[in-house]
Design a protein around this ligand. Structure first.
Ligand code: HEC
Length: 158
């Protein structure tokens, strides 16, 4: 998991170095971590069609096998777990990047075996959660990469 994040961060740092290199002569000597944090600007929101319906359908299967027993078939939660749809989703996640939700789910869920799914499966579940919250599907899949997911902001539907 560490490795994937680092690979993504290097890409981001390079992209950032190129951009700021044009403007300021580049962040030479700055610790990579600082560059990465500065580069975490979002470029789209979940209203922009950031997953595909096929991805959401895959995520639905993953959810059914790994999450539904606690979070319920409608993602409304229950005695075992909080809801991850509707107002629960909005209250917990608005104004955070999708990457934060990815990281949270990947490191703590399923509660009975955190981290046991692949990054692709976690990402497909995210697509399913967005789909279940009535956000629009689009032409490209959500990327299974935290740095990329950090560029997509969770916002409330209008
Ligand atoms: C064994 C029961 C169980 C399973 C299985 C499970 N969860 Fe959870 N989940 C919980 C509990 C309990 C909490 C609340 C405690 C906590 O936040 O860690 C929670 C919290 C969450 C949260 C944070 C709630 C919020 O919005 O702040 C998310 C998101 C989430 N789960 C997603 C998932 C996903 C996705 C899966 C499947 C990959 C999954 N969970 C599987 C029990 C479960």
């Amino acid at each position: 998991m560490k490795r994937l994040v680092v690979v993504g961060s290097v890409g981001l740092a390079l992209a950032c170095a190129t951009v700021s290199g044009l403007a300021t002569g580049g962040p030479v000597g700055e610790p990579a971590g600082a560059v990465v944090v500065a580069a975490q600007e979002t470029s789209s929101t979940i209203l922009d069609g950031v997953f595909t319906s096929a991805q959401a359908r895959r995520g639905r299967l993953v959810y059914g096998q790994n999450c539904g027993s606690c979070h319920g078939p409608e993602l409304k939660g229950g005695e075992m777990a909080p809801g991850i749809a509707g107002s629960d989703f909005i209250v917990f996640w608005t104004e955070l990047p999708v990457g934060s939700m990815f990281e949270r789910i990947k490191t703590t869920m399923p509660e009975d075996g955190p981290g046991r799914l692949t990054d692709e499966e976690y990402t497909d579940v995210l697509a399913y959660i967005l789909d279940s919250n009535s956000y629009p599907a689009g032409e490209t899949e959500l990327p299974a990469n935290k740095a990329e997911l950090d560029k997509i902001m969770i916002v409330a539907a209008e």
